[in-house]
Every structure is written in structure tokens, then in C-alpha cells.
Design a protein. Structure first.
Length: 125
């Protein structure tokens, strides 16, 4: 199983060939509560009235991993380490990385900045 980030969800719904290929080859794709929130926020602020319902329906196809206490501990370590090294990434992406590490899984993303997170495997598509 793999954990997909927000950009993958967006690319998949936009029918990006790389995202579609990856989804076809991977039987179960999970995402995080943080990516779900970002995805739904984008739908919510869109000018299309039907997009929020479509986004909710789309997300229903993905098991959504929560941000829990163990992920919070990992997030604190990730954010502190990146701050100390001068390599901060967005707080949302630090939270997503923490959830992936908490579940001992890789993150599927085209965002290369995830590679700054020690111990996190990033799978491009």
C-alpha cells in the first residue's frame, strides 16, 4: 500500500497520465487526513458549486489515515530537525510526512521537498 499526497489526488482527478498509471499499478492507495483537508479546501473555494460534492465522492475511494498522537510526536521531530537544518517545508507537508512515517510507508508525490524529511521514502510518479 502507498500513501498519496495532495498533489497526487489533484493530478489523479485531473487525469494526469503518471498519476493514472501509478493508480492502475497500485491496488490500494491511502491518503492522510491532512491531504483530504487540503483537497476539500480547494474544492470548497472553487467557483464551481458541484465540485465539493464531487471531491467528497472522490475521497470516499481512499482510506484516510488520521493524524494521531504518534504522528504528532513524529511531526515535532520532523519540524524541529528541518528548522534546525534550515530546510523547512510547509507545515501541512510536515504533517503528511509524519503520518507516512507513523505508518512506516512511503509517500507518493511529485513534490521533491519531501526528500528533506529523514527516513521518508518518496515515490515519484
Amino acid at each position: 500500500m502507498s500513501i498519496v499526497d495532495t498533489c497526487f489526488l489533484i493530478d489523479l482527478i485531473k487525469e494526469d497520465p503518471g498519476a493514472i498509471r501509478f493508480a492502475e499499478d497500485e491496488p490500494v492507495l491511502r491518503t492522510t487526513s491532512i491531504s483530504a483537508a487540503e483537497f476539500l479546501f480547494g474544492a470548497r473555494i472553487s467557483m464551481r458549486p458541484d465540485i465539493l460534492d464531487a471531491a467528497r465522492g472522490f475521497l470516499a475511494h481512499f482510506p484516510i489515515l488520521p493524524f494521531d498522537t504518534e504522528a504528532a510526536i513524529l511531526y515535532a521531530d520532523i519540524a524541529a530537525d528541518l528548522r534546525q537544518s534550515g530546510n523547512r517545508i510547509s507545515s501541512f507537508d510536515e504533517l503528511i510526512a509524519a503520518i507516512a512515517l507513523r505508518h512506516n510507508d512511503a509517500i507518493v508525490s511529485r513534490d521533491t521537498h519531501f526528500r528533506a524529511v529523514s527516513g521518508l521514502t518518496v515515490i515519484p510518479y
